[in-house]
Design a protein around this ligand. Structure first.
Ligand code: HEM
Length: 564
């Protein structure tokens, strides 16, 4: 029979099925061989992991199916599993071993160490965005840059930002006033405000000279976080070559253009000012505000121990942000981007590419975290009217009917606001987990467990903050949890919204001071209302903790509103 005589469908079928057979015939043994090789090469890790509690998984994929569904579903599922175990839980995601820790004594072993400071592999996905900036760098580079950057967030630098915190907080109140009476998502306003405040303080440029608004930047960051979260939780999205083929690869490319174009403009405009001999922020402070808010001598006389307690840190435990003023020479007391540029002029300490990476890092870490923290704070005020009334009384005691801007001394008087804020960061820590890659085995303090080298250890801050043995009635929003007598004997690692130890947050004092000025300005002008209670919060354990349904609130202008 000639080939032409065979009908086409008869020819194509066996050809296709034989190619498929060959493919599957090779794939299945390849996967089995890889699995055997992996089991043998990781037998030490697997042996130690077998002794740890955790949900049962499947061969090869492990517990990867736990990470299906929306960010809220994933968060709730993992949270539920963690309730079935004591203070440690292992999860296999394919061949990756994640170990969640929820005991403050174990968190201390990891976070206080100078050995376990390497970020886990998951942070690698941030590289196209943040390069090798402070958040993900390691070794000598991290050490040198941390030493350079930490002093730029010293309290003496921050006190110089108070006027700009006020100017921007008032502008935010003015924008929000348009929403009075309507239900809206306050997170959008908080994001824009925190980006613009960073531009005008740490970066020292005027938000007016940036033709792209802080809002566009903040929205691009939010979408980037969604993509990164997707890649963290869906194992097939991890290899770069697969990711680039998906629609998300193209989206990431566009979002990074928006993000990097803002940071490039910021650096360019700062460099121009620098070459003209201008140091410090070029942002405008209206004359009347400058005169009224001018520095009081006593602001500078606040002892660092008061500042230590006031900023939510335990007395006696100091880190590189708590250096005495005498240790920080006059020259070093420059704001972040001023100092970066000065250092780069000397050539050796930091290159211009490294400056770009650090600016991207500070812009991201400095705005999304505080936007989430302030949005949770406002949502909680709406959900707890009696707490809100007490806070408003404190505002009235400090400011009376006056529309004067807040001074640094005022922020120290905001004791109840501080407690409300710390309690918001306890129940809803903007960074809900912290992950590290272990280079060596680690014995835990909470039980007879040993973590194997090579695993990813995840400090579950959000769970530590809700432990019954640390907080009475732990899921209740109760600002009195931060009364001095209650914090005095608490385990230091029982409250770690800013992490702790050598890789703790460099921006924590900046964050607290800025939030006090921003939130007090809002509370002097509005009462916050909502039809939702705290039980309705659907948490989304993204890179940054958020509410899936958005931060819906309604504003009720107060009688003695601050005049703008
Ligand atoms: C409420 C606000 C904030 C919270 C809850 C927060 C929380 C944290 C946490 C938990 C870490 C450790 C992350 C990890 O190890 O994976 C961290 C690191 C960091 N934060 Fe913040 N942060 C806040 C605000 C800020 C601000 C305002 C800035 C800068 C202006 C900032 C800059 C950084 C940087 C650069 C790091 C990396 C430090 C290092 O690895 O040496 N953060 N932050």
């Amino acid at each position: 029979m000639s080939v032409e005589a065979i009908p086409p469908d008869v020819i194509s079928k066996p050809t296709f099925s034989s190619a498929g057979n060959v493919f599957y015939g090779l794939l299945v043994p390849a996967v089995i061989l890889w699995y055997i090789y992996w089991k043998l090469s990781r037998r030490h890790m697997i042996k130690l992991a077998d002794k740890l509690p955790g949900p049962k998984g499947w061969p090869i994929i492990g517990n990867a199916l736990e990470f299906r569904g929306s960010a809220h579903e994933m968060f709730s599922r993992l949270y539920k599993h963690s309730e079935a175990v004591d203070s440690i839980m292992k999860v296999w995601v394919g061949h990756k071993l994640l170990i969640f820790l929820t005991d403050p004594r174990d968190a201390e072993i990891i976070l206080s160490s100078h050995v376990h400071i390497d970020k886990s592999n998951e942070y690698r996905l941030f590289e196209p965005w943040l390069g090798n900036g402070l958040l993900i760098s390691t070794g000598q580079k991290w050490k040198a840059h941390r030493k350079l950057i930490a002093p730029t967030f010293h309290l003496n630098v921050l006190k110089g930002f108070i006027e700009l915190f006020n100017v921007n907080s008032r502008a935010t109140v003015e924008k929000m006033r348009k929403e009075a009476g309507k239900t809206f998502d306050c997170h959008d306003y908080m994001s824009e405000a925190t980006v613009e405040i960073l531009l005008e303080t740490a970066m020292g440029v005027s938000k007016k000279t940036q033709d792209q608004s802080g809002y566009d930047y903040a929205m691009a960051v939010m979408k980037m976080c969604d993509i990164l979260h997707l890649r963290h939780t869906k194992i097939w999205m991890k290899p770069d070559w697969i990711f680039k083929l998906t629609k998300y690869g193209g989206m990431q490319h566009k979002l990074l253009n928006t993000i990097h174009s803002l940071t490039r403009k910021v650096i360019k405009s700062k460099m121009e000012a620098w070459t003209k001999g201008i140091r410090g922020s070029v942002a405008e402070v209206p004359d009347d505000l400058r005169i009224k808010s001018g520095f009081k001598k006593e602001d500078n006389q606040v002892k660092s121990v008061v500042e230590g307690v006031s900023f939510g840190q335990s007395v006696g435990l100091k880190d590189d942000l708590d250096v005495d003023d005498n240790d920080v020479g006059e020259k070093k007391r420059l704001a972040f981007l001023d100092l970066m540029i000065e250092a780069s002029q000397n050539g050796v300490v930091i290159t211009s590419e490294e400056i770009r990476e650090q600016v991207d890092t500070i812009m991201f870490e400095g705005h999304d975290t505080t936007a989430a923290g302030s949005s949770f704070f406002l949502s909680l005020m709406a959900a707890h009217p009696e707490i809100q009334e007490r806070l408003i009384r404190e505002m009235d005691e400090i400011f009376g009917d006056s529309d004067r801007p807040a001074t640094f001394a005022d922020t120290l008087e905001m004791k109840y606001l501080e407690r409300c804020l710390l309690e918001a960061l306890r129940l809803y820590p903007p960074v809900p987990i912290i992950a590290r890659q272990l280079k060596e085995n680690v014995k835990l303090a909470s039980g007879d467990y040993e973590l194997p080298a090579g695993c990813t250890v995840v400090i579950a801050t959000v769970k530590i903050h809700r432990r019954e043995d640390i907080y009475e009635n732990p899921t209740k929003y109760n600002p009195d949890n931060f009364l001095p007598e209650r914090t005095a004997n608490r385990h230091y690692y029982g409250f770690i919204p800013f992490s702790a130890g050598p890789r703790s947050c460099v921006g924590r004092k900046y964050a607290m001071l800025k939030l006090k000025v921003l939130l007090s300005t809002i509370m002097r002008n509005f009462r916050i209302r909502s039809h939702l209670s705290e039980r309705d919060f659907k948490l989304q354990g993204d890179i940054i903790l958020k509410r899936e349904e958005g931060f819906q609130v309604r504003l009720e202008p107060r009688k003695h509103a601050v005049k703008i």
